[in-house]
Design a protein around this ligand. Sequence first.
Ligand code: UDP
Ligand code: MG
Length: 312
Amino acid sequence: MKLSLVVPCYNEAENVRLFTEKVREHLADLDYEIIFVNDGSKDDTIKELKNIKNEKKENITIINFSRNFGKEAGIYAGFQHAKGDYVTVIDADLQQPLEVAREMYDFLEGHEEYDAVAAYQDVRKEGRIITAFKDAFYKIINKLCDIELYANASDFRCMRRTVVEAILSMSEYHRFSKGIFAWVGFDTYYRPYEVQERNAGTSSWSFWSLLKYAMEGVISFSTKPLKVVISAGVFTSVMAILYMIVVIVQKLVFGIEIPGYPTIIVLILLIGGIQLTVMGIIGEYLAKVHIEVKGRPIYIAKEVLHSTREEG
Ligand code: UDP
Ligand code: MG
């Protein structure tokens, strides 16, 4: 097997058939397989996928999750079942052109010095606010984390088997793929691509889910927030001691009565606020440890179905 396409699908019933046709159109001369991961879709995705499989025009694997586990889990499951020398992660909604998938494969075939090709969005088609937030996200996460995330690089990428094995060896439950791809290293070539309109259906990302995802990323790949918190604690303590000295001097040397009520209220609120924030940050890490330590599986598959292409 030369190439495996790993395709996470959540409510993509109207896209998977056209997707498969496009794959056939662009990769016909290759020995390839498509691994569809049905991530607990609420529509007829699984029915469509089974129909496509039964036509036996492609080498197809369907991994049918028992519920929605998220795209990241889908990618992991796909990697586990991929048999190709090269593996490409691609969305089912045709936003990521198969021409580019083909070019990424050809590039790796021709460039031994690279282990992976990742596509990044050259021109953003999202709103200005989202774009600004995403830019800020890359700045912040690159400051906070030891890994370097390439701005706007998606998980639309093609990689050699060695890279896939490396990613599979990272069996953590909280899977922030952008971070995982960067963490395993390897020589990655970044190439621009133009993201297309979604063929059918809606994106499953809202502003809040993006924000949550960004926080996940920071917490999964950096412990710096905990260090910032220590600095905040030390800073407030030092300020408090300085203020205490000022108060004592005012009282003992100058005999000034200190009108204390507003100061006390402000300080109590300020310190209380800082403490709660700090506890919240520690709590986030603790929650991650809590889930991770249970060693729960990354996904549960209800069934895994295969079909091989029949000639003619
Ligand atoms: N997806 C998934 N599980 C989810 C959400 C999305 O497998 O819980 C899939 C989805 O079917 C698509 C890909 O991940 O193939 C990207 O999702 P989407 O198009 O919603 O994201 P966007 O392109 O807007 O970033
Ligand atoms: Mg999409």
